[in-house]
Structures are given as C-alpha cells and as structure tokens.
Design a protein around this ligand. Sequence first.
Ligand code: GAR
Length: 202
Amino acid sequence: MKIAVFVSGSGTNLQVLIDQLHRDNTSGIEISVVISDRKKAYALTRAKEAGIPIYVVRVGDFPDRNAFDAAISRIIDEHEVELIVVAGFMKLFQPVFVQKYRNRIINIHPSLLPAFPGAHPVPDTLAYGVKVSGVSVFFVDEGVDAGAIIAQVPVTVSDDDDEESLLARIHVEEHRLYPQVIRWYAAGRLQIVGRKVIVKEA
Ligand code: GAR
C-alpha cells in the first residue's frame, strides 16, 4: 500500500513510519512521498535520508486554499497514494479535498479527543488540569480534529509535568500507535460504521 506522509515539523512520527513500515519489506507499506508546508521542517531531512521523494507546498505560493489543496491532490494522484497519513502537518484541508479522499486520510493528535482539539493541545491540557491525557488517531473529516476515532491510548498527567515532559510521554505512545493503525488499515481491518470505527479481527 502506497502512503503519503504530511509533515510540518520535526517528524519523529515520520521516522517511526520509515523505520517500522517503509524499511520493513514484509510490511507491504511504502511511503511514496512526504509533503511539507515548511521548507525547513526537519522531517524533510529524515525523508531525504530514506530516499523518499519530498515536496514543499506552501500556502503563500497559491492564490487560495483550494488551489493549495489542488496542488497537493495532484502530487497524491501522481504517486498513486492510497492512504494519506497526517503526522504533525499543521494545516487544515478544505472540504473539497476531504470529500475526494473520504476515509483515506488519517491524523494523529496529542490528546484524548474530543478534548483539546486545535493547535495547542498540550498547553491546553496542562492549563485545564486534567489528570489523564493521551493520543488519538482518527479519520480526517471537514471539522477540526473531529473525525471518527480509530484508536486512543491514555497517558497519565503528573503534577510536575511541563509541556516537554508530557509531550515526551505522549510521543512514546504515538510512536507505538501510529504504525499499528496504518497496518490495520492496510490489512483492511478498519470498518467504519457511522462515527464508530471497528477494528476487525485479523
Ligand atoms: C505530534 O505530537 C502530533 O500528535 C501533533 O504534532 C506532533 C508532530 O510531531 N499533531 C497535532 O497536534 C495535530 N493537531 P512530529 O513532527 O515529531 O511527528
């Protein structure tokens, strides 16, 4: 299965997908392309080192967001991508794009959705004072971090946590969960029933 990974930053999730899926010849999963909206994203270095084609597509280079999405869509289609994997890409797709790839876009978010959606989930988590945070992987729909949830893992928040310490523990869980969910998808094990995603037995 050919996947595209969308990034904006460091790309620790991308690295795990490279190591555990792309480089494993038995996985049946190939990262065909990595797309970033930021030229300086370290994730691009990781992709280059793995020999994966990269594209930088910047919102400011296009007249509007639909034109930006259309450029991305051309890349996706040229590379015959079957699943779009969002891993720290900090732009929202427009409805036309989401409709075209419905149930073929997944994202990962460092909170237990629907708690703390948006751009600052970890500071928001700490400011609210919840005792449990975590990781959510979900299908992208037209909302912000609002699509059907595929899998979640809790992470306990400690009294002395700061952003860095909490995010470090969340990352450990993200790095376990994301490759797993992509394997489930590739194996045809995800069944979507309304808002519910059922993981079928292997
Ligand atoms: C991850 O923690 C991911 O959950 C988060 O960005 C980080 C990217 O890290 N995504 C969101 O907050 C999406 N709303 P990485 O670049 O090291 O993989």
